[in-house]
Design a protein around this ligand. Structure first.
Ligand SMILES: Cc1ncc(COP(=O)(O)O)c(C=O)c1O
Length: 382
């Protein structure tokens, strides 16, 4: 299902049977309540564990860069764009021609679908996975999306995806979200490497590394190593997660120059504003903030795991700033009950409707969430 479309339908509170065909009518109504609001938006007590954001907020260095950058905000951001692109390229050992900036990494995912999908591509995605790529593909007539369930170890089913990509003359676009959203699980990088090495050039790999910085597992490494050699590999990254800038909107792709050029043709001109460009530059130098984000995430995850262990609720090993755990009950009821307690938790990810995705906030926020979960257990709801 298309996430943005789903959200619009929920917001409109209409036509939900078609937006959520897998739900009964009563459940659909349950999921249509608006988010709790206080003066100026969400209530300040509202615990936002629903969108995998960085709970630390904007890095202080980025705040300062934004303030300093305001004097130039009346100008087009040509200079800061060039500087940031050069800096990202240097960081990855490539040239600026290899970098495609986007209004969030979601825009570069969209560019990849438009540029590489062609008129009649097969788009192969895992199920469940982050919804944006299948959503963008669905909007293009002629693109055919095929969903392949994750393996029992929650990795992408590389063998099955590989099989589906064979014998096709039309372009095949394979979306590999690693770590995967919503499961926070890994697909071993060695398996991806082996497939890339033997794949023909009309099989494109779109590797989404939005949560790259959180991973500490030796079986995982970036797919950036293929960029110089292979025009059919695109890696995407974002400033929305470890860098704490989801509301600022900036992401990028790294690809070989001719592939990057094809993608850029679908970008709007100056798609990143002056303030986000200078803030992103500050973030790249702020290794302290990144370290702090990681440490806090690890500590807060332990608080979550402790509670889930105590309650005997199964969870998937998390390699990111969110986790998927079993709720032993009705998911929409669970979401609504949490919402009544001012806690926003992850949306449904069919077909994993027995699980909830929870974003990892600050340790004290996870304590608060854990208290509610324990209360739910006492009530017999989980
Ligand atoms: C796997 C993945 N990719 C991409 C995005 C989009 O991020 P943004 O557009 O904020 O860079 C998200 C956001 O949650 C995500 O989970």
């Amino acid at each position: 299902m298309n996430r943005r479309y789903f959200m619009q339908r929920v917001a409109a509170g209409a036509g939900l049977a078609s937006a959520m065909p897998w739900l009964s009518a009563s459940r659909q109504v349950l999921y249509t309540r608006p988010e709790p609001r206080g003066a100026g938006g969400l209530d300040r007590r509202t615990l936002r564990l629903n969108a995998n954001e960085n709970p630390l907020g904007l890095p202080p260095s980025a705040r300062q860069a934004i303030l300093d950058g305001l004097v130039e905000a009346n100008r087009y951001p040509f200079g800061p764009r060039t500087e940031l692109t050069e800096e990202i390229a240097r960081m990855h050992g490539v040239t600026p021609e290899n970098i495609v900036l986007g209004n969030g990494s979601t825009e570069v995912l969209q560019m990849a679908v438009q540029a590489l999908g062609g008129a009649s591509a097969r788009v192969l995605v895992a199920e469940p996975t982050f919804e944006d790529v299948p959503q963008y593909a669905a909007a293009l007539p002629g693109l055919h999306v095929e969903k392949v369930p994750l393996r029992p170890d929650w990795a992408h089913d590389v063998a099955r995806l590989r099989e589906l990509s064979r014998g096709r003359r039309v372009p095949v676009l394979v979306y590999i979200c690693n770590p995967n959203n919503p499961t926070a699980t890994l697909t071993p990088s060695g398996e991806i490497d082996a497939w890339v090495a033997e794949a023909p050039e009309h099989v494109y790999f779109l590797v989404d590394e939005a949560y790259f910085h959180y991973v500490q597992d030796p079986s995982y490494w970036t797919a950036l190593r293929h960029i110089q050699e292979r025009p059919n590999v695109v890696v995407t990254r974002t400033f929305s997660k470890i860098y704490g800038m989801a509301g600022m909107r900036l992401g990028y792709a790294v690809a070989r120059h001719e592939t990057a050029e094809r993608m850029r043709a679908f970008a709007s001109d100056n798609n990143a504003n002056h303030l986000v460009l200078v803030a992103a530059r500050a973030c790249l130098h702020d290794t302290g903030f990144m370290k702090e984000s990681l440490e806090l995430n690890n500590r807060a995850r332990q608080v979550l795991y402790q509670c889930l262990d105590d309650l005997g609720l199964e969870y998937l090993p998390s390699h990111a700033n969110f986790a998927m755990y079993r709720i032993n009950g009705d998911l929409l009821e669970f979401i609504e009950r949490m919402r009544e307690r001012d806690v926003l938790v992850g949306r449904p990810f069919p077909p994993m409707l027995g699980y909830n995705r929870i974003s990892i906030g600050l340790p004290e926020e996870m304590e608060r969430f854990a208290q509610h979960l324990r209360e739910f257990r006492r009530a017999g709801w989980v």
